[in-house]
Ligand binder design. Structure first.
Ligand code: ADP
Ligand code: MG
Length: 698
């Protein structure tokens, strides 16, 4: 392995440098134009690019290419074709055309479509996304693509994401022009997705059906030590973990994924990786790639990487933070307040637009973070509450106050930090401390949406965010229409004043984990959507459909299909968990209890035969085991009955609610009983690895 990181970085990516080297000048220019201005690419250009791409890929050992896409499963999909083309005489050449680069035709009938694709309409199309670079993995050229049905409906997450980036750019440029920035032609949103994960020993992982089938443990008593010592967060890395992280970095760097930060997280066996931010579309692709590579590299180190939001009960689960901002084509970060935010009108316009967008469409952000896995986190005291609110920090809150009240904002001088030790550096303190409990926090020059689960695609939140902000900017543009340039600043300030007044209810700087906040949020009229079945219907609320349709991001049909798919995914997830739990209890846990009860009774009998021992302790122990057996057996019967009920339900929304309210509650109840008796079982009689082994053996 080369130690030269700059040389290694992007070595498997058909990136700008390679394109410049390999493509004829005019082709290169046309392609760059497409990438920078989001314009259409002609077939002759595509042909040229295809030839260069194939040559480069073959030089790097590739034999196949694949259109890589993101169906609504939330995972990625790929079908590999070889470059091989027969030319007669039993000879072949390696060939690849512009047509093959631009368009693929996978059989789409096995991907979720939520009723979008009639069964006779099996054909689907993948279309090359030239704005996300192609790369080589496993001797295959990966071409990022969008995926749609025969009738043109979007069946993926990339298409609406690209549409949402376009519409945000359009509306942002319009308002920037009004503010005098007439040379700006496009803006793009940027995303840095921080990724949390767990690592457990692979051999142990393979002995747990629940981890294999559901990604989380459905049973398991807490070990003597959990996360209470707070010694894992930022703790020194164990040798095996460190080796994993080194290889992960290298693999990601070769693929052009700018992995930057790595550290231990709060829970034992939990870790985090954060990349440098990129254009949203690329960041989304790269986060998908990161999750895949994490799993692969873990395998090579005898580890299993768990991306589930809540692999272990009783200790923190994993999330994903979506850091988001907007940048102009001249490289200006529109959410950078600069030294004097109160005077930075352009910044304030975008800041206030985000505030209004989040207040108006908090439901959509909540939906984007909704999944069976993430339901275990949101609202529990380890992750942001299910209520969406915004943390701004003292300084910006004061700036907005002054605008709303028409008062003068006095900039506070930055506080100098001195540690008292001569050798240590001095610095000026940030104007705001962090707030870890806020779901949507301003963090200096970007917003950080923290409600997402670790397994989520970051496409969804960004589709919502981009569209909602675009919609707000469109409203701003409308209300500023026809204002004379010399009156613009006053008009904008008045617009901001009104908007702040109308939407400041979404601002909250306090502790989001408290009961008081839940009550306070309710009195402010903020939504509290505690679970996925409750949240999902908001996706198809009339006003949300209107917004998506108005901006051409998603059609009504596409939205309804997405709602159905998510609902179905939720039901299936819990159904699999339900069956797995039943199987573990029936085939593993109850038999283990039975065996142990037999052992105890035999031993009691034997001892009684020897003399007049009372065997009180053993009898008591046997009682505990037998009671637990009965208890679990009965609860399991109830779960089976309820399972039969839900499997007979035809209304998917009702079924989802039943899964949440009844099946999950049954499962939880069973778990409580099983975990309580687990402590009475001898270590070698537990039929699968314990929490202790899973969490502390790497
Ligand atoms: P913090 O410590 O406040 O979380 P970092 O600078 O470590 O901030 O950034 C965390 C994540 O935010 C990283 O993935 C980083 O690349 C990303 N980020 C930083 N600036 C931006 C930006 N302008 N747009 C999007 N993401 C950003
Ligand atoms: Mg962060």
């Amino acid at each position: 392995m080369s130690n030269n990181v700059p040389e290694m970085y992007g070595s498997l990516v058909f990136n700008n440098k390679i394109m410049r080297e390999k493509l004829p000048k005019d082709v290169y220019k046309a392609l760059r134009k497409t990438m920078e201005n989001n314009t259409h690419l002609e077939l002759d250009v595509a042909n040229s690019v295809a030839v260069a791409m194939k040559e480069w890929a073959v030089e790097h050992g590739a034999t196949h290419y694949t259109h890589w896409f993101q169906p609504m499963t939330g995972y990625t999909a790929e079908k590999h074709d070889s470059f091989l083309t027969p030319v007669g005489d039993g000879q072949v050449i390696m060939d690849f055309s512009g047509k093959e680069l631009r368009k693929g035709e996978p059989d789409a009938s096995s991907f979720p479509s939520g009723g979008l694709r009639a069964t006779f309409e099996a054909r689907g199309y993948t279309a090359w996304d030239p704005t996300s670079p192609a790369f080589i993995k496993d001797k295959t050229l990966y071409i990022p693509t969008a995926f749609c049905s025969y009738s043109g409906d979007s069946l993926d997450k990339k298409t609406p994401l690209l549409r949402s980036m376009d519409v945000l750019s359009k509306e942002a440029v319009k308002i920037l022009h009004k503010l005098g920035q007439t040379e700006i032609r496009t803006v793009h949103t940027t995303v840095g997705a921080e990724q949390e994960y767990f690592l457990v020993d692979r051999a142990l992982y393979e002995k747990r059906k629940d981890l294999i089938f559901t990604g989380r443990t459905l049973l398991g008593a807490m070990p003597p030590k959990g996360q209470e010592m707070e010694d894992h967060y930022f703790g020194s890395l164990k040798t095996r973990v460190s080796a994993f992280m080194h290889e992960l970095d290298e693999e990601l760097w070769k693929l052009g994924v700018p992995s930057k930060t790595k550290h231990n997280e709060v829970a034992p066996a939990q870790h985090e990786m954060a990349p440098v931010f990129e254009t949203t579309n690329v960041a989304v692709d790269h986060n998908q790639l990161t999750m895949e590579v994490m799993k692969k590299v873990a395998e090579r180190h005898g580890l299993a990487c768990l991306l589930h939001e809540k692999p272990f009960e009783g200790i923190n689960g994993s999330g994903k933070h979506n850091n988001w901002s907007i940048t102009t084509d001249s490289g200006v970060n529109l959410l950078d307040p600069g030294k004097t935010p109160a005077e930075n009108l352009q910044f304030l316009v975008f800041l206030v637009a985000v505030i209004k967008a989040v207040d108006d469409h908090a439901d959509l952000l909540r939906v984007s973070a909704a999944s069976a896995g993430n339901d275990h986190r949101l609202g529990a005291d380890e992750a942001p509450p299910a209520i969406i609110s915004i943390f701004l920090g003292d300084e910006l809150a004061a700036v907005l106050d002054s605008i709303e009240n028409g008062t003068f904002f006095e900039q506070q001088a930055k506080v100098r930090m001195e540690t008292g030790a001569a050798v240590l550096p001095h610095w000026s303190r940030d104007t705001t401390d962090r707030n870890r409990t806020s779901p949507f926090a301003f963090t200096g020059n970007k917003f950080e949406f923290r409600s997402l689960g670790s397994a989520h695609s970051v496409a969804d939140p960004n589709i919502m965010l981009n569209t909602a902000v675009a919609d707000t900017l469109a409203q701003f543009n409308e209300s500023l229409e026809g204002v004379e340039p010399e009156k613009m600043e006053d008009a904008v300030r008045e617009l901001l004043r009104r908007t702040i007044k109308d939407h400041k209810r979404i601002l909250f700087d306090g502790d989001g984990y408290t009961e008081e906040w839940v009550a306070e949020a309710e009195s402010r009229g903020l939504l509290n959507l505690p679970s996925t079945p409750v949240a999902l219907p908001y996706l198809v609320k009339e006003r949300n459909i209107e917004m998506f349709v108005k901006h051409g991001v998603l059609t009504e049909k596409e939205l309804k299909s997405r709602y159905e798919i998510q609902l179905e995914k939720y039901c299936k997830t819990i159904r699999i968990e339900d069956r797995t739990l039943q199987s573990m209890l029936s085939h593993q846990f109850l038999p283990a209890l039975m065996t142990y009860a037999d052992k105890l009774s035999e031993s009691i009998q034997r001892r009684k035969a020897v003399g007049t021992f009372g065997c009180e302790a053993e009898m008591e122990q046997l009682g505990v085991i037998t009671d637990a057996y009965n208890d679990i057996y009965k609860k399991l019967a109830k779960l089976k009955e309820d399972t039969a009920t839900v499997e007979g339900m035809t209304d998917m929304q009702k079924a989802a609610e039943f899964y949440h309210d009844t099946i999950l509650a049954d499962m939880e109840d069973l778990r409580t009983s099983a975990d309580a008796v687990e402590d009475y079982l001898p270590q070698n009689m537990l039929p699968y690895p314990s929490y202790e082994e899973l969490l502390f053996s790497v």
